[in-house]
Design a protein around this ligand. Structure first.
Ligand code: FES
Ligand code: ZN
Ligand code: ZN
Length: 315
């Protein structure tokens, strides 16, 4: 039986990138410290600020909510029901149960009920991959919920694996505008709340372990509409690299944040300066009507498409 690096008690997890094993208590200590470091390094949150956590019901968003509350932040959640069949029903239930068990406030938005469409229907209506309507809807609704609720900042559960995979994709395409926005904290302004990713120093495996030792039940299924997307391929590629050289993933992403991203900062400021208010909803946009309002117009006019139909037409 391997031993915890800190207390020599029985270890529950080995973390090759730290070249060590940890018991349940010291795994929690490690997670807390990594989150505190991310928050401090990137000036993510000030004491007393109101934080809105974007909650999906998966491990990362519940872990970040739990960690922020643990660290003493006033954090409420917001859940967006995407209408992806049973997957969404189960995800929503995990989010509700987490909040109820801890007496936390969870706001909910339902795409079908509140905006007249769901992700499968939007995918069909726009003839694009489901993740594009999904991501656009979530970003818009999280921002709107923060504005309407008077929150200072939106926190998401993106972890090191997510950010490294997105970075690999953006780098392979040399997508400089996206690279310029790939910071763990993005300033607010012009109608956008500040956005922070407190889990960027933790891997997927570490956030899953956090949930297990904390007794957090979460949606373990991957979204059925994300199957085969490029993002998952990038994660596998990085995992293969990480297996050969532990720490490669962290140095790829965290090295980018430290050394490359500052060189791109002026570029992301220029993009933010070019925004005005959407004629329909008032959200910041570079056009006349924002992308969300255009999506709502197209998707809510389309007859509802069940989730299975999208799966079949794509494979
Ligand atoms: Fe967005 Fe699956 S969670 S398409
Ligand atoms: Zn220990
Ligand atoms: Zn709009």
């Amino acid at each position: 039986m391997s031993k915890c690096r800190v207390c020599r008690g029985p270890a529950i997890i080995d973390l090759p990138r730290h070249n060590a094993n940890f018991c349940a208590d010291h795994l929690q200590q490690l997670c807390r410290r990594q989150v505190e470091k991310a928050i401090a390094d990137h000036e993510m949150l000030e004491p007393g600020e109101r934080v809105l956590v974007a909650v999906s019901g998966g491990k990362d968003s519940l872990a970040v909510w739990d960690l922020l509350v643990e660290l003493g932040y006033a954090a409420d959640g917001v859940y967006v029901g995407l209408g992806i069949g049973e997957y969404s029903d189960v995800s929503g239930r995990y989010a509700q149960e987490f909040a109820a068990a801890r007496g936390l406030t969870l706001h909910t938005v339902d795409l079908r009920h509140d905006h007249g469409y769901d992700v499968p229907t939007a995918a069909r209506a726009t003839r694009r991959v489901p993740c594009s309507a999904c991501g656009l809807s979530k970003r818009h609704l999280f921002d709107a919920a923060a504005r309407n609720g008077g929150y200072d900042v939106v926190a998401t559960g993106h972890n090191l694996d997510d950010e490294a995979a997105v970075l690999l994709g953006n780098t392979l395409r040399w997508d400089v505008d996206y690279l310029a926005r790939q910071m763990p904290a993005l300033p607010g302004g012009k109608g956008f709340p500040r956005k922070v990713k407190p889990l960027v120093r933790l891997t997927e495996r570490e956030t899953a372990a956090w949930c297990i030792v904390r007794g957090i039940d979460y949606q373990v299924e991957e979204c059925p509409m994300a199957a085969g997307n490029r993002h998952l391929g990038y994660k596998q590629t990085l995992n293969a690299l990480e297996a050969r050289s532990p720490g490669a993933k962290a140095s790829f992403y965290l090295g980018f944040v430290d050394r490359m991203a500052p060189l791109l900062a002026s570029r992301s400021r220029a993009a933010a300066d070019a925004l005005n208010a959407c004629a329909t909803c008032g959200s910041p946009t570079s056009g006349e009507v924002c992308a969300f309002c255009r999506l709502v117009a197209v998707a809510s006019a389309h007859e509802p498409v069940p989730v299975q139909m999208i799966g079949r037409s794509r494979r």
